[in-house]
Design a protein around this ligand. Sequence first.
Ligand SMILES: Nc1ncnc2c1ncn2[C@@H]1O[C@H](COP(=O)(O)OP(=O)(O)OP(=O)(O)O)[C@@H](O)[C@H]1O
Length: 382
Amino acid sequence: MIQFDAVHKRFPNGTTAVHDLTLEMPEGGVTVLVGSSGCGKTTTLRMINRMVEPTSGTVRVAGRDVTRQDAAELRRSIGYVIQQAGLFPHRTVLDNIATVPLLLGQGRKRARARAAELLETVGLAPDAAKRYPHQLSGGQQQRVGVARALAADPPVLLMDEPFGAVDPVVRTQLQDELLRLQKELSKTIVFVTHDIDEAVRLGDQIAVFRTGGHLVQCAPPAELLARPADDFVADFLGAERGLKLLSLTSLAEIPQTPAETLRADEAVPPAGTGARWRLVTTAAGAPLGWLDADARHHDGPAGDAPLLPVRALRDTDSLLSALNESIASPGGLVARVTADGAVTGVTSRELIHDHAGAAHVAAGPAPAVTAPAVTGPAERAA
Ligand SMILES: Nc1ncnc2c1ncn2[C@@H]1O[C@H](COP(=O)(O)OP(=O)(O)OP(=O)(O)O)[C@@H](O)[C@H]1O
């Protein structure tokens, strides 16, 4: 666990970067620090590995005051990943990853063997090992950065906007990789980002800071979205915080009913018999598309009829995806499939809407909105 106890940081030029911060970052969990530019996120992060020293207060890692530990030793025991990876340009990928184990006195052979293993762990092909950083894409460089931070198997990982410089698709892939890795490794991660969606996706808890280094609220994502402490946090979370909350609820919680299906080789039934929207599937039960059985443009096998696209969802998908799909689906039905892609049933738009409302109720009521204080004439005169 990492503990900040009444930590204050004032730089020599008089800037207060962090103001009286008391915060616990649980062991094996991801704490995300968010807030507008200059609100003290990086300074907070850097006080953990003593790249910045607090002016007052105590930072403890695993119960030990960091200022009582040798700074270089402390840094080697804490992984650090920054934006654009910060790799050594004249070292190969493998040597970049092996840097800390070598500094810790591991033999070259062992350090390189471990580095090669880590390449695979972070999803890079073995042939990346001999390349230099400039020969990799931005996303690949970030993966090397993560591998390097993990090389000495540190219990704590500090990540300062690690995915800030890559495009949204690669960014999502890197987030997925981090979530997968974290499931296996359970590191104590402190992650700085500007992106609230990234915070909601990755954080076990999210700490929201305001300019001047004030911590405004720290809570698990669902609680933060349902009950922002004040207007600042609510604004920071954005107008779509209700939808973001749905992204945290899994579709598994919502019942399904049997689907009216037709195999692709079956004939289109006469109009007016059975359900209007039939789900046409392969022989193995994978959905191919929606058939408007009442329109009946076609007499032959269902698979040859004009079908409307279907995007089937798994139990692991979110209520937000279900809501989205229920709007796009012609009959308002969301097709549900197993992990192997075989149809298990459908869920109606109405049921999804009901549960979307219930998700908000379950997360608890939002605080009442307080009207801005009206300044009275006496105060205005003061
Ligand atoms: N070495 C320094 N000397 C003086 N002021 C500093 C120093 N480092 C940071 N600051 C100031 O401290 C405040 C907090 O900076 P910090 O980098 O921690 O913010 P941040 O939230 O990480 O910002 P960003 O999101 O823009 O990276 C800012 O006003 C910054 O200008």
